[in-house]
Design a protein around this ligand. Structure first.
Ligand code: PEP
Ligand code: MN
Length: 280
């Protein structure tokens, strides 16, 4: 198996920020952009805490077609304007279809390119080969590829290879938990023991997403505690990035509210992450 793309580069630079197997970044923010006010509160809190990267979902893949699907392209102009206002350099944003890439590009141009975008491939699209080829063909935006929740690690690495083999090797590989048949108090089994494995098998920076393995199955306060603990696991294992969900009012969130850390805890969470990094 020729992982030529995944082995070819020693990381990449985007918007003046280095991403490699030694770097460390935090992409914190809303699972789904719901209101202008909430997006502004998140960007403002990030700025106050010296964090210049964010996560923001405009296109949401939902289990039920009746659930909130995200504001899509309608929210992009004001979202990007807000990012510029608060000095946010990069936003991680999921795309579900190749035309979403064009919509993002158009909104960036309309707003004067105030920030960079890393395109997220979500776990449900982990083997959507046409989408993988499309994000691989364009070289403008780096990709955050999420491991498939029902896939062997090998299968997800090979899917990421689809992106690289089209020419775009600016890839971050993200672990976000896997499904098992064993039952789990959480939504998925945390797979952060694979951080060093992916770092050995590829030259990609490896991200952990502690929000989605925990999910919404247990009492929210216990879930939030567990998010801290699995974050520590991933950081100790050598993660190069964290993608994590916050919300100003988790009870009112339209998507993944119960697993959102209250935005007021952002400084506490960051402190925790930095302490774990210093200690190990
Ligand atoms: C998300 O990041 O909000 C998301 C939908 O993640 P995943 O694809 O890992 O479920
Ligand atoms: Mn989510």
């Amino acid at each position: 198996i020729g992982r030529h793309g995944l082995l070819s580069d020693l990381g990449f630079e985007y918007k003046g920020i280095q991403f490699n197997q030694d770097s460390f970044h935090i992409f914190a923010g809303l699972c789904a952009v719901d209101t202008y006010e909430n997006a502004e509160k998140v960007f403002k809190a990030l700025k106050e805490n010296n964090v210049c990267c964010a996560r923001m979902g405009a296109y949401k893949p939902r289990t039920s077609p009746y659930d909130f699907q995200g504001h899509g392209k309608d929210c992009l102009p004001w979202l990007f304007d807000l990012a510029g206002k608060y000095g946010i350099k990069i936003i991680v944003m999921e795309v579900l279809s190749p035309h979403h890439i064009d919509e993002i590009r158009e909104a960036l141009e309309l707003t004067g390119n105030p920030c960079g975008i890393i395109l997220q491939i979500g776990t449900r699209n982990a083997q959507n080969f046409e989408l993988l080829k499309a994000v691989g063909k364009q070289k403008e935006f780096p990709i955050l590829y999420k491991r498939g929740y029902g896939l062997a690690l090998e299968e997800s690495l090979m899917a990421a290879e689809y992106i690289a083999s089209e020419g775009n090797t600016k890839i971050i590989f993200c672990l976000r938990g896997v499904r098992t048949h064993l039952g789990d108090p959480h939504r998925n089994l945390t797979d952060f023991a694979h951080v060093p494995v992916v770092k050995r098998l590829t030259r990609l920076p490896v991200c952990i997403d502690p929000s989605h393995p925990i999910g919404t199955r247990i009492k929210s306060s216990d879930g939030i505690r567990d998010i801290y603990h699995v974050t520590a696991q991933g950081v100790i294992a050598g993660a190069n990035a964290i993608l994590v969900e916050f919300h100003p009012e988790p009870d009112k969130a339209l998507c993944d509210g119960p697993q959102a850390i209250p935005l007021s805890e952002l400084p506490i969470y960051l402190d925790y992450v930095y302490k774990v990094r210093e200690t190990y």
